[in-house]
Design a protein around this ligand. Structure first.
Ligand SMILES: Nc1nc2c(ncn2[C@@H]2O[C@H](COP(=O)(O)OP(=O)(O)OP(=O)(O)O)[C@@H](O)[C@H]2O)c(=O)[nH]1
Ligand SMILES: [Mg+2]
Length: 709
């Protein structure tokens, strides 16, 4: 394998909606680049990209696949991503390490939700984007309509580079506006026939070329001047303009293909090799502010963007080189966690087939196996650059949570280990045991994401499990002041137990004042592990209780705070004034005061207008205008408080505060209300008191559960 220099490398990701043809297009590109001799297909379950058992079983991509081919002396690294929106974590990690996105649009579906999500991700991350309109061979393919939709949604910067002469089942010929030639492809790939544009097409082609040249001229001021002067650009100037325009996201070319018949894939490689941004165009910043531009003269720095566990091989860590070069056998330091790693082998992949290489230069993508202590998002650097920690991928926040339990409790431990492994491979999947809820919680991007876990447990690990709605982490608090006292007294044989505590509790709020009738002698403020505060005040006068018993009283109160008197949930935001009590010269001890403190606190709590609090989330929903009505009605049914609404491109954005208890399976509901077009994100906002009708329901349920136990 030839070793490619930094300026001979291009990195692209295929993104877009499910079934647009990304995997098939990747296959066609590998074929045209000469990396494979035969093209596989989704139907025959033998593509390079969809090689995993789960992908063969489901007939679509589930995780991203790293591949490469070569064209015109360039190495083109291709990452094929899954289109199903629940697998967006894979798309985000791929977009983090490529310099161009190919956004694949299905020519008969037109602008669908997959294209919209692809566009949103590439624009949010500022990735140069090329549209590939695929499936031009489809009997319902409609180039003009699809183009109009793209222009309408994303503006005139969407400009055609090619248009079809014969779309539909006979599709094989295009007019290429960069070359100003007609290209007739062979169905199945191979050498295309390039001829002059026929007379009948000339006028139309010139008109279309003009739009392309205008768009390209906007690439730089210099080109703009040349264009004004000469009214045209030379092909070199045109290419330069296209290159600059793409890199700056000022221009989004549209190419057309039929991946199924291998039409157009070679031309795309040709275009990528010539005009797609170089690796140096998209820098990665390090924690210390150093900007890594994939420069081969910089110190070596690798960023791990993906981890996979392969049968017989173990952990495979995919990385991009952001500085210097990496050679086989090199010793590196994982600057994220400080451990040493040796790259015993460097691999480059085409799906499941791999070859060893001796060296990779900055900008390139490769893989390492059997690293000892390295995960996705870690940096591996030259040992003399311990401070070089590259910016991490920010994975989307999970929006779907579910509790999981093995049917057979002997599987519990194995299940926990497997889930942790799955999290390592897919950081957008959250796994954690909640001590508070006493449930193992999975969180992800939607029901389909969780279904992947189901698939692995059913088909591969043969572990039976159940899924439940996760419990809600309620809190308890008080709304008014109350006093209580408790005497703990026990006389059994020898020494007895005695402790008496008088206390008052009051809701904690910022800027509170102490009542004037107490003489506060000491204040301890605790930030509770589960949020909120406990403030403990010693107001004892005349030595009614020894100070040495105060920690025991606090302990008793703390125990009750951990298991609130209403529903057993954590209590928060309470000030306790211990102002009186009694001791016995012989029988008083810590346990007595702990119990007295605990009981006095419980009684006071029940008389202090106790309230259940629930977690509230900020949610942001994006929906097409015409679907606003049904989405709003649904939100109102979820006790949502609408905080704002407004246009966001072609969408409406709704910001609302919604109780977590009402958000269960919201992603599934939103998807069915909007035919998959609505998306949302959510993040924890605050705790708020539940309305009294909800509180009554919760109290009743708690009482019933207690009875059952
Ligand atoms: N007619 C026609 N069918 C195509 C074309 N490209 C792909 N297909 C078919 O469309 C279906 C989906 O193709 P894939 O390549 O799996 O699409 P994808 O975009 O990778 O889909 P996901 O992995 O689910 O995101 C398969 O049945 C393909 O054979 C094309 O150019 N023309
Ligand atoms: Mg695919």
């Amino acid at each position: 394998m030839k070793i490619y220099q930094s300026n001979e490398i291009k990195n692209i990701a295929l993104v877009g909606g499910a079934k647009a043809g990304k995997t098939t297009l990747a296959e066609a590109m590998l074929f045209e680049g000469g990396s494979i001799k035969r093209r596989g297909s989704i139907e025959d379950k033998n593509t390079v990209s969809d090689y995993r058992d789960i992908e063969i079983d489901k007939g679509n991509s589930v995780v991203s696949t790293v591949m490469y081919t070569t064209y015109n002396n360039k190495k083109i690294n291709i990452i094929d991503t899954p289109g199903t929106s629940d697998y967006v974590g894979e798309v985000v990690s791929a977009l983090n390490v490529v310099d161009t996105a190919l956004l694949v649009v299905d020519a008969h579906e037109g602008l669908n939700v997959g294209v919209e999500i692809g566009w949103r991700n590439t624009s949010r991350m500022g990735i140069p984007t090329v549209f590939i309109m695929n499936q031009l061979d489809h009997e319902k393919a409609n180039f003009e309509e699809t183009l109009a939709q793209l222009k309408n949604a994303y503006g005139d910067k969407v400009t055609v580079a090619q248009y079809p002469i014969n779309q539909g089942p006979d599709f094989d010929t295009v007019i290429d506006l960069v070359y100003m030639k007609q290209i007739k492809y062979q169905k199945g790939g191979g050498e295309a026939e390039i001829t002059d544009i026929p007379e009948s097409e000339k006028e139309h082609a010139l008109e279309m070329e003009k739009a392309l040249i205008e768009a390209a001229a906007e690439g730089s001021e210099e080109l703009m001047e040349i264009y004004f002067e000469n009214d045209t650009l030379t092909i070199e100037q045109l290419r330069e303009g296209i290159r600059l325009g793409i890199a700056n996201r000022a221009y989004f070319p549209v190419f057309i293909t039929s991946a199924k018949y291998c039409i157009g894939a070679g031309r795309i490689l040709d275009f990528i090799a010539a005009s797609a941004p170089r690796p140096s165009r998209i820098p990665r910043v390090a924690d210390n502010g150093v900007v890594m531009n994939s420069n081969p003269d910089d110190p070596t720095a690798l960023f791990v963007f993906k981890t996979e566990i392969e049968p017989h091989l173990g952990e495979v860590s995919y990385f991009r080189v952001y500085g210097g070069s990496v050679t086989e056998g090199m010793d590196l330091i994982n600057t994220t966690n400080g451990s040493k790693e040796r790259l015993s082998q460097i691999l480059i992949n085409n799906g499941k087939s791999r070859e060893k290489v001796e060296k990779l230069f900055a900008g390139d993508i490769g893989a390492a196996i059997k690293l000892k202590n390295t995960s996705t998002n870690d940096t591996l650097s030259d040992a003399s650059h311990k401070e070089l920690v590259l910016d991490k991928i920010i994975f989307p926040e999970p929006i779907y949570t579910i509790a999981i339990k093995a049917v057979n409790s002997t599987d519990d431990e194995k299940m926990g280990l497997l889930l942790n492994e799955m999290h390592k491979v897919d950081p957008s999947l959250g796994v954690g045991y909640s001590r508070e809820l006493k449930q193992l919680i999975l969180s992800g991007m939607g029901e389909q994401h969780i279904n992947l876990i189901k698939w692995y447990f059913d088909k591969v690990y043969k572990i039976e499990f159940e899924l439940f709605a996760p419990k809600i982490p309620y809190r308890e608090t008080i709304t008014k002041t109350a006093k209580a006292d408790y005497r703990h007294k026990k006389q059994s044989g020898g020494s007895g137990q005695f402790g008496e505590v008088h206390l008052m509790i009051k809701p904690y709020e910022e800027g509170y004042t102490d009542p004037s009738d107490f003489n506060v002698r000491g204040t301890d403020e605790y930030e509770l592990e589960w949020g909120g505060k406990l403030v403990f005040k010693n107001c004892i006068v005349g030595g009614a209780i020894d100070t040495r018993f105060l920690p025991a009283i606090l302990k008793g109160i703390n125990e009750r705070m951990e298991e609130g008197p209403l529903t057993g949930s954590y209590a928060r935001d309470i000030i306790v004034y211990v102002y009186d009590g009694k001791m016995h010269p012989v029988d008083s001890n810590e346990i007595s005061f702990k119990l007295a403190g605990r009981h006095a606190f419980s009684t006071a709590f029940k008389n202090a207008g106790p309230k259940i609090m629930e977690p509230i989330y900020d949610i942001e929903v994006l929906v097409p205008e015409e679907m606003m009505g049904s989405v709003m009605t649904d939100l109102q049914g979820r006790r949502a408080i609408i905080m704002g609404m407004g246009a966001d491109g072609h969408y409406q954005k709704i910001n609302a505060k919604v109780p977590l208890a009402e958000m269960h399976r919201y992603s599934t509901t939103l998807s069915s209300l909007t035919s998959g077009r609505g998306t949302f994100s959510m993040s924890y906002a605050e705790y708020a008191q539940v309305p009294s009708d909800v509180q009554n329901v919760l109290l009743k349920k708690y009482a019933e559960d207690e009875k059952e136990d």
